[in-house]
Design a protein around this ligand. Structure first.
Ligand SMILES: NC(=O)c1ccc[n+]([C@@H]2O[C@H](COP(=O)([O-])OP(=O)(O)OC[C@H]3O[C@@H](n4cnc5c(N)ncnc54)[C@H](OP(=O)(O)O)[C@@H]3O)[C@@H](O)[C@H]2O)c1
Length: 234
C-alpha cells in the first residue's frame, strides 16, 4: 500500500513501540491518531509527532466507540489499525491473583478484539484495510512467571488467525508482529528493571519492520513476523 495520505489508528501510541510506529508512518505521509490513558503523556507525544491524540482506554467500550467517532471526524476514513496497547504482569502461578490476570486479558485480548471489531466493520464496507496486532515472542512458547502475559499473547495470536480467516475475503490484511525484548517503558510498568543495552532491540526496529510489511503491494501480505535481537547480552 501507499502510505502517503493513508490514515492510521494506533492504540498505545503515546510511548515505546506505538510511538515509534506513529513516527515512521507520519514521516511516510500517513495521517495518524494515537490513543493512551495518560492524557499528559498522550498530548505531549501527539504534539511532538503531529498526530491526533485520543484519550481512551481499550478496556472501556464507551472509550472505544468515542475513539472511532473521533477518528472518522478527523480523517473521514481509516486504512490501518495497529493494536499495540498492552501491559504485563509477571508472577508465579501460585502467586497469581485473579484481578491482575484479568487486567492483562482486558487490555491485551478483550481490548484488542473490541478495537478490531469496529475497524473490521469499516474495512468490510470499503472492501480493504489493514489490522496489525503487536503481539510478542511470548505468543510462541511459555515461560516461568508468564501465566498472564504469555497466555494473553497466545490468545492474541489465536484471534489473529481467526480474523485472517474471516477477513481475507474482504481484502483485509491481518498481520501479527512478534517482537522479542525491546527497550521501552513496558518493563518499568510491569515492575521490573531494564538497563540501557546496545545489544537489545529498540522500538524503532519494530517500527521499521511494520512500515515495511504495510508498504508491500496490497496483493500480498506477511501473516506473521518475528523480530529477534541478533546477539542479545544481559
Ligand atoms: N517492550 C517489550 O519488550 C515488548 C516485547 C514484545 C511485545 N511488546 C508489546 O508491545 C506493545 C507496546 O509495548 P511497549 O513496549 O511499547 O510498552 P510501553 O512503552 O509501556 O507502551 C505501552 C503503551 O500502551 C498504552 N496503554 C497501556 N494500557 C492501555 C490501555 N488499557 N488503553 C490504552 N492504552 C494503553 C500506554 O499508555 P498509557 O499507559 O498512558 O495508557 C502506552 O502508550 C505491547 O502490546 C507489548 O505487549 C513489548
Amino acid at each position: 500500500m501507499n502510505l502517503r495520505n493513508a490514515t492510521a489508528l494506533i492504540t498505545g501510541g503515546s510511548s515505546g513501540i506505538g510511538l515509534a510506529i506513529a513516527k515512521v508512518l507520519i514521516d511516510a505521509g500517513t495521517r495518524v491518531a494515537i490513543t493512551g490513558r495518560d492524557e499528559k503523556k498522550l498530548y505531549k507525544a501527539a504534539e511532538m509527532l503531529h498526530a491526533v491524540p485520543i484519550r481512551a482506554d481499550v478496556t472501556n467500550e464507551a472509550d472505544i466507540a468515542r475513539t472511532y467517532r473521533e477518528v472518522f471526524q478527523a480523517f473521514a476514513d481509516l486504512d490501518i489499525l495497529v493494536n499495540n496497547a498492552g501491559s504485563g504482569v509477571f508472577k508465579k502461578l501460585v502467586d497469581m491473583d485473579r484481578a491482575s490476570f484479568e487486567a492483562v486479558f482486558a487490555t491485551n485480548v478483550t481490548g484488542a478484539m473490541l478495537m478490531a471489531r469496529e475497524a473490521a466493520k469499516h474495512f468490510i464496507q470499503r472492501n480493504r484495510g489493514n489490522i496489525i496486532n503487536i503481539c510478542s515472542t511470548a505468543s510462541l512458547r511459555g515461560s516461568a512467571n508468564g501465566t498472564a502475559y504469555y497466555a494473553s499473547k497466545f490468545a492474541l495470536r489465536g484471534m489473529t488467525e481467526c480474523w485472517r480467516a474471516e477477513l481475507r475475503q474482504h481484502n483485509i490484511r491481518v498481520f501479527l508482529v512478534n517482537p522479542s525484548e525491546v527497550l521501552t517503558s513496558f518493563a518499568a510498568a510491569a515492575g521490573y528493571t531494564q538497563k540501557e543495552n546496545p545489544t537489545k532491540l529498540r522500538a524503532e526496529d519494530i517500527a521499521f519492520m511494520v512500515k515495511a510489511i504495510l508498504e508491500m503491494d496490497d496483493r500480498g501480505f506477511t501473516p506473521e513476523l518475528t523480530i529477534f535481537a541478533t546477539n542479545p547480552k544481559d
